[in-house]
Design a protein around this ligand. Structure first.
Ligand SMILES: Cc1cc2nc3c(=O)[nH]c(=O)nc-3n(C[C@H](O)[C@H](O)[C@H](O)COP(=O)(O)OP(=O)(O)OC[C@H]3O[C@@H](n4cnc5c(N)ncnc54)[C@H](O)[C@@H]3O)c2cc1C
Length: 388
């Protein structure tokens, strides 16, 4: 996608210049940016690569573009952020899922944290000095997030948190966690939730990585046993955590996914170069390409809406459904054409096809399952049935 003229273009003043200058800088820093491993690499290697790349692009100013000056950014259009992610992913310099956490968590932190807290914390995330995680899901609260039970009680020392989270991506690497807690009675449902910004080295936190079928333990169980969180670590108001979640999820379902199109384009291109003659069904190739462009067109429009200052909301469920459909169709095509690599590949280089195929199955689960996105589209966008 990089340089094909169809990316987030023109509309933002200075974007064309940003793209040209960034591409030239990336071309000039190939060795410094390159991963020191072949194939997909281990999760440890991918995380180290992500931190290295973020540090280099932050120190050179690219990673600061499009973020507010009050959190260490340089201001300017958010479209430059989108292009940076696209360029890094298109060159296979970062793993797209790991890179996206910044676009999921930082915007909400900027909007809801006390200004001095956001100013102190966000630069460390942008520069790759820190990893943050998102503690929303629980064993009995995934799709039905308003049922969450991880308890926060007021004490003289601050909030005292006790409970469990699950599927918390990168928690084992994280220095901070954006955590949803129940501070009111259970019957208060979504009105009794408070969001906290928690230091992961606080006494009482246990992190247990969970194995995955694709072999990369990207998420963990998180246990909180009387963890004290200072009051000034509240995001938004006491009891206002639902608003934080409802503002964060649209980023997770849309803008943070933009650069996955660059990743999927790259893999489709590699498939065309790698597959044995006749192995690719042209009809299915056409279908995968069309779905990918449908996601990209939708995602591009969302990026422009964010750049114009629009508040993102439930309409981002459409972006999420399109991404999950495109990603799984692309990898179904890959599995069909590269049967041996996807079914048995355990070689560190060619085994990347297998790892990525297996991970593509999660695209219709993370960020809210495809069924839940369709419920939101039906009820909240099309006004069909109850909004429950
Ligand atoms: C790779 C990955 C990374 C993740 N990272 C994080 C993270 O960092 N932080 C975090 O908090 N969570 C994370 N999650 C968790 C994710 O948000 C949840 O898995 C997701 O919201 C679904 O919740 P659940 O797993 O509890 O499934 P459930 O809610 O139990 O759903 C099970 C099935 O029932 C269906 N279903 C449930 N309710 C309905 C309904 N009302 N109508 C129709 N169908 C329904 C669902 O679609 C699903 O198919 C991650 C998940 C994955 C796979």
């Amino acid at each position: 996608m990089t340089g094909d003229g169809g990316a987030v273009d023109g509309a933002a003043e200075g974007l064309a210049e940003f793209r040209t200058d960034l591409d030239a800088w990336l071309d000039g820093h190939t060795d410094a940016l390159a991963p020191g491993f072949e194939g997909a690499g281990t999760l440890d290697q991918q995380m180290a690569q992500l931190a290295k790349v973020k540090r280099l692009v932050f120190d050179a100013g690219w990673m600061r573009s499009g973020w507010p000056q009050r959190v260490g950014g340089l201001g300017g259009s958010t479209l430059t952020r989108a292009y940076l992610g696209e360029a890094l992913t298109a060159r296979d310099l970062v793993e797209p899922g790991l890179y996206s956490m910044t676009e999921v968590l930082a915007p909400t932190m900027i909007d809801y944290a006390a200004p001095e807290l956001a100013a102190a914390m966000v630069p460390a995330l942008l520069r790759g000095d820190e990893t943050w995680c998102q503690g929303f899901s629980e064993p009995d609260a995934g799709s039905n997030l308003a049922a969450l039970a991880c308890r926060a009680e007021r004490t003289d020392a601050g909030w005292r948190v006790t409970g469990q989270k699950v599927w918390t991506s990168l928690a084992q690497y994280a220095q901070r966690c954006v955590l949803l807690t129940r501070s009111g009675p259970p019957e208060a449902a979504h009105r009794g939730i408070t969001a906290l910004f928690v230091d992961m080295d606080s006494p009482g936190i246990t992190v247990r990585p969970i194995g995955t079928m694709h072999g990369s333990p990207e998420f963990s169980e998180l246990f909180f046993d009387g963890v004290v969180v200072p009051f000034d670590r509240m995001l938004g108001e006491e009891g206002g955590g639902w608003a934080v979640a409802m503002d964060l999820l649209p980023f997770e379902r849309s803008t943070s996914l933009w650069h996955r199109a660059a990743f999927l384009h790259r893999r489709l291109q590699e498939l065309l170069e790698t597959a044995p003659p006749g192995a690719i069904d042209p009809y299915r190739l056409g279908e995968a390409t069309q779905l990918l462009y449908a996601f990209r067109a939708r995602s591009r429009a969302t990026q422009h809406r964010m750049a114009e200052g629009d508040r993102l909301g439930p309409e981002t469920s459409i972006d999420k459904v399109l991404l999950a459909t495109a990603e799984q169709t692309v990898f179904d095509l890959i599995a069909d054409a590269l049967v041996a690599e996807v079914t048995m590949g355990d070689d560190p280089v060619s085994g990347r096809w297998r790892t990525e195929y297996l991970y593509s199955r999660a695209a219709s689960i993370y960020g809210g399952s495809a069924e839940i996105q369709r419920n939101i589209i039906a009820r909240r966008l099309l006004d069909l049935g109850d909004d429950r």
